[in-house]
Design a protein around this ligand. Sequence first.
Ligand code: SAH
Length: 224
Amino acid sequence: MHIDIITTLPKLVESPFSDSILKRAQTKGLVTVNVVDLRAYSTNKHRTTDDYAFGGGAGMVMTIEPIDNCINDLKSKRTYDEVIYMSPDGELFQQSIANELSLKQNLILLCGHYKGVDERVREHLVTREISIGDYVLSGGELAAAVVADAVIRLLPGVLSDETSALSDSFQAGLVAPPVYTRPAEYKGWKVPDVLLSGHPAKIEEWRHDQAIERTRARRPGLLD
Ligand code: SAH
């Protein structure tokens, strides 16, 4: 998989991909994350990528030209499955979308800033818009990192145990059961006996029951 993240603040996006699981995924050659500096595609001498809003009002708007140039340049090198604009009013990001995107080859994630991008970018240059929640961030960088992280950890070979992602919350319409590790007792707080029983079928049954109980308590909507 290849992911291009278009941003005016490359540094803000680079760090989540330079550690731990996401870094290993790249070292293993399972994904390439390419952070593209939008300023490089600005044609004016100050390399600006924004301008005042037509009609007035507070806040700058990202101009269409550098974004168009940038996307065209990327498209000259590969064919993209989706060009995604990170936007608070986009489709709400969920595990099912992460699953779907993890099957794609090439993705562009476009990060907005200030008031967002000129509407014509949304009308003509992007294929999809994704929001990570009903709140407003100062830029799309953290949102793009969230989406890329959720997608990359699903790629075969990224997690050391292939089945791990499948037992996580939301994959089977349930949240995950509780997990414990050593010590078996801490300050008198004990790990459930069944987990120490060495009885795989009973452990599996307990985990499933716990997942259902938790889902009912925390995300009842998933059970409908
Ligand atoms: N004026 C816009 C908000 C712009 S916030 C509005 O009211 O809808 C600046 C940028 O941050 C956006 O262009 C977008 O790329 C990003 N952003 C902000 N909140 C986001 C969210 N919840 N999900 C995804 N991207 C978000």
